[in-house]
Design a protein around this ligand. Sequence first.
Ligand SMILES: [Zn+2]
Length: 476
Amino acid sequence: MSGQQTAAPDPYFPANGDSRYRVHRYELTLDYRPGPNRLAGTARLSAIAGRAPLTEFQLNLAEFKIGRVLVNGRSPHYTHRGGKLRVRPAKPLPAGAAFTVEVHWAGNPKPVRSPWGGLGWEELTDGALVASQPVGAPSWYPCNDRPSDKASYQISITTPSAYTVVAGGRLLTRTAKASTTTWVYEQSAPTSSYLVGLSIGRYQTVLLGAPGLEGVPQAAHLPAHLLSQFSRDFARQPAMMQLFEELFGPYPFGEYTVVVADEELDVPVEAQGLSLFGANHVDGVRGSERLIAHELAHQWFGNSVSIADWRHIWLNEGLAKYAEWLWSEHAGGRTAQELAAGAHRQLASMPLDLRLSDPGRKLMFDDRLYERGGLAVHAIRCALGDVAFFRMLRDWATVHRNGVVTTAAFTAHVTRYAAQPLDELFSAWLHETPLPPLPTPAATAQPPLPEVPRVPARPGYPPRNGGSAGLGGSSA
Ligand SMILES: [Zn+2]
């Protein structure tokens, strides 16, 4: 299910994506050689034309050599320039018609340049990593690159047997031949193109949580030399999973996988069913625990509930930021109120020119968007009271599971849980730039900040007390 389609091109990235059709499945067959950084691939897309007949359509794909393109098994006319593969089928595709596109390509993948550094396929010292948010996906495969066009994926990758291939989704098969191994992953949940993550490296695999325990399977892949620090830093992830399932509803995907690359990353990055961390996020003293919570929360907010276009990015980041605060509060660290006060102080000393509901492309990953986003969610919690707030949050993730949303959809949803109109709150926090006063829970309406609902203890989980997840640093 792809949710609603927005007709216009993305206001921040008009060159990416094509709203005249949508893709519901990608089947990618890739061969990758880490030494020469050589990628050869075949993509088979199952797509549906929109409301008008399709005389031509476009895919985003970086500079590769194109071997062949087929539409419904026949050769179309096509051009490939400036990261766009424009395809004109031999005969126009009727409105609403299902069709297939096959693309063969090969070359040396490299990141897409952006104000936030390289995006997409990145060759590492020994392996590769894909982190595409927001527009890096065309660095390695042809796609309709817009967050609202969600599709299922099957990805088959053949690479030398010394490497482990990690993708989001379920590992269907792993087949070793003479010197190479083919890994086949299936992600059946609707997935935005930027959230197709991948990592190829020399990894050890560990399972998180106690063996035999029910719940979401959680595996980690990391370099052997980081094992001991990792086991301390990520020890509480199963407890986070339990808390977030309690607060946001069932985990949206079949499994959750984390990768720690043997390389520093500016920020960790979320992908569908997968999060990618750098070696610098593992220190043996839980220094990045808030980021572990942040990336996990994106599985609900951003990955399962996706934004219609990039103007709404605060919905992903504000809710993931707030999940950091909820985890801290739950784990006996600073409360959400204390963390909100810290964020408010920080924002008060910075320029107030960021509008949460439409920050502009330049500021879409600005630290202020994260902090103000967390504060806006906190303001809503204070206005609704805890009972209504947590019901609202869980319903939001449930109703829009696998769907596509906007800020307007969110405010309409929140309003249903409020005893009084919230228009002023929404204007002040979401649509205007001055910093409203620090939100505090209404003293008369409810007792001051009751605890986040506790998850019943299950045997085998690490204790929840001690440690705190604080502010600081940037987050992805
Ligand atoms: Zn984030």
